[in-house]
Design a protein around this ligand. Sequence first.
Ligand SMILES: Cc1cc2nc3c(=O)[nH]c(=O)nc-3n(C[C@H](O)[C@H](O)[C@H](O)COP(=O)(O)OP(=O)(O)OC[C@H]3O[C@@H](n4cnc5c(N)ncnc54)[C@H](O)[C@@H]3O)c2cc1C
Length: 500
Amino acid sequence: MTERHVVVVGAGPGGLACAMLLSEKGFSVTVLEKEAVVGGRNAALECGPYRFDVGPTFLMMRFVLDALFHRVDRDPDDYLNFFPLEPMYQLDFVDQSMKIFSSNETEKEQAEIERLFPDQTDGLARFYQQEGKRFNALMPSLQRGFKHRREVLSKEVLRALPYLAPGKSLFEVLQGYFQEEELSLAFTFQAKYLGMSPWECPGAFAIIPYIEHAFGMYHVEGGLNAISHAFARVVEEEGGRVRTNAEVAELLLDGRVARGVRLASGEEITADAVVVNADFAYAMSELVGPGVLKKYSRERLAKKKYSCSTFMLYLGLDTLYDAPHHNVVFADDYRTNVDDIFKRKVLSDDFSLYVHNPSVTDPTLAPEGHSAVYVLMPVPNNESTIDWDHSAGGLRERALDLLEARTVMTDIRQHIQTEHMITPWDWQHDYHVYRGATFNLSHHLNQMLVFRPRNQFEELANVFLVGGGTHPGSGLPTIYQSAMISSDLIRAAAGQRGRS
Ligand SMILES: Cc1cc2nc3c(=O)[nH]c(=O)nc-3n(C[C@H](O)[C@H](O)[C@H](O)COP(=O)(O)OP(=O)(O)OC[C@H]3O[C@@H](n4cnc5c(N)ncnc54)[C@H](O)[C@@H]3O)c2cc1C
């Protein structure tokens, strides 16, 4: 059994998943987290008796999470209580009669399309068939790591290539199935999961609505933050350490070889391998001195493309509204709203909201008869000139106005018992998210696969990456996949054979 010491910088879902896999395989693992709690963007936010998820609320591809637990010889149901969501979500367009309930049960989804778009009924079967093929072709390239640019010719990438739909946006691909604007949007708003515009997001990401419809969507009791807590529990069961309030100030480098980390307290910890889970662009700008990195120097990082940001409200209410678990309220003019975020980088006059109302599913999040509601507004990242100290209060009022006007939460202001707000500046300064781009480096094709920062970091020996800023990408299932890829690479570097 190897006793190599691995330090993990950050206890986000990626860092904890990797720590879990490695500690179970006999590595001595120390996770260093700057906050007092684990989870990062996937942490719990406790406000009095209310509990919110800070970030992720949609759990897709549950089979990837299951695979992680199976790799450490555990049953996920022993750690987590899953609730499949049906319908998956409600989409609310400005015409009040246009509410679409999305289902992952084919017959129900087909009936919903027949009810609202009687001339578009043949698209769903084609969508399932063609996007299923695309999903099967792309998956292997999302499950392997890339060490060299030449691996762009690997069999997995060659298999994926015909399905990458280069030059086509997600919206254009979906228009091939559904011509009605609202129906296309029902299958393309998912670009927001990547913090991108449906009109810019590569068409290959049509696999995301496919994944939702084919495999469904889950909630976890206590919120998705419970997954991060479960990972931390496994790390400790396997003898690993999770140290909170332990901010890393720099990577200790011997030339371009990492030897450990220095904490903000001055403590130095040596390691055979350093796993960086902190946001990639933040970490490479702040934890590595100037002049060391070339491909990802500060200047080059500044030129990369990043996702949008989010303005968040977390509201503890003394009532429970009869609204679905997940709700998306579309701006009157969605295209203008999206262009404001991504092109003009200004606050829209007319904006869209995602409203999370999980207390309808899960009574553990608030006292009886109360609820924990979170509101997410996609907004420009900090490449904008928006002064968030000045704008946040007004935006809160406008978000509440929209909830009162467009949802069943018509008297929400009267029911707010406690609240918390996160602005793009908070994401950057408190959560260490580069430019407040909450969904990381964007997922343009030239920042994907072999072109994304590699799991075995190409610029520093002994450094491995996990999380949304590395391959394969920024959602929870891909982050879990990054942990599997990186832990396999670390094991291989240590001479351990086979997959975990
Ligand atoms: C609002 C929002 C909603 C989202 N919704 C979804 C969703 O519904 N479904 C989905 O699949 N994905 C979603 N995501 C995307 C993604 O799943 C999460 O952002 C996820 O938490 C990212 O995980 P990570 O491991 O990359 O890093 P993070 O969660 O960012 O974790 C990094 C950790 O590093 C720590 N850290 C940073 N700097 C240091 C330092 N110097 N020293 C020590 N520790 C440090 C941080 O405190 C943090 O704990 C959402 C993201 C956001 C922000």
